[in-house]
Write a protein that binds this ligand. Sequence first.
Ligand code: BGC
Length: 428
Amino acid sequence: MNSKLCLAAAISLASLLPLSAQAADSKGSVEVVHWWTSGGEKAAVDVLKAQVEQDGFTWKDGAVAGGGGATAMTVLKSRAVAGNPPGVAQIKGPDIQEWASTGLLDTDVLKDVAKEEKWDSLLDKKVADTVKYDGDYVAVPVNIHRINWLWINPEVFKKAGIEQPPKTLEEFYAAADKLKAAGFIPLAHGGQPWQDSTVFETVVFAVMGADGYKKAMVDLDEKTLTGPEMIKALTELKKVASYMDPDGKGQDWNLEAAKVINGKAGMQMMGDWAKSEWTLAKKVAGKDYQCVPFPGTGKGFLYNIDSLAVFKQKDKGTAEGQKDIARKVLGEDFQKTFSINKGSIPVRNDMLEHMDTFGFDSCAQTAAKDFLADAKSGGLQPSMAHNMATTLAVQGAFFDVITNYMNDPKAEPADAAKKLAAAIKSAQ
Ligand code: BGC
């Protein structure tokens, strides 16, 4: 059943029941904390809500607005400190291990589901390891996002006299110059720290390649962080920033995406959740918009895996709901419908290998192909800006230095590189 039908079925079923009957008949209630609040993201998460409600559980929506999830993580921490964590929360990367080490995540509740549904063989080892703690699943992986995309409005490109999507940084700057001269915003961008760092890591990936990226952003190697390649990446970042939306300060990513969709801007650098906004606006990949890997990143893949972690609950009745969410999330139907709405690709290897048969568009098909190839070649690298590569403390150091650097007209790349290495050292 497609997402709209699913949703419609759940809504119409729910509307037949008086509220008290719904609560009384519910098999249990689970609160889910997440930050999927843009129009496109909400359409995606509504797919899961509808499926879980169809199974008879009550979904308590714990949405916390704020792209990238920093606000949601603050809310989650204070809830945990107050002894009142939700049943399920969107947590990612090494943060999952940190939460698990506090003893707050449930290491038992997913055991049977994972065995019955054969998660170990469905998932790439890298994906499975991310959501395990001491060999036990403590979270269910939802989808895979690629960060290093460039989103293009071809109509705007045509009006500005640009014939091809840029393939090199030089072509990117040339296209941006043409867009500016024709009166368009060259690069839609919301100046929030996580968005600044999303652009930064993409430029680092383009300039330093997968190995250089790994040394700097994953290994946090001081020599690499202050070396000539990082200085070059920071120099390019300043140039890229000079084409950004002058009204983008503090703007949400989806409002900036809307500027490209509505033909005010030519391009946006953003992970493929940006596609959820194009999909919501009924635009078709390859026709109404183009997605190309950011120039210089080629087939490289900066990955970001969304996952839902399960918290220990006082109310034992929550466990069945947690299991139901986990079962649904890795089911073929959800994997397909959610990712089509969200702009991501499935986490299931069997689906990644046959994307066309599931009706995925050209952007998703390219992403799946590159993901599978890079998983073998080493080109697959975890996103720092989206919590996949480091702890939140180190990520915070990156965010501070990069946003200050981008906003200070006098800042020097070599100096920023030194500040970066120093801030990271003290955050470790
Ligand atoms: C999450 C995505 C989300 C995006 C914007 C990323 O960190 O992984 O699921 O769409 O932030 O909020």
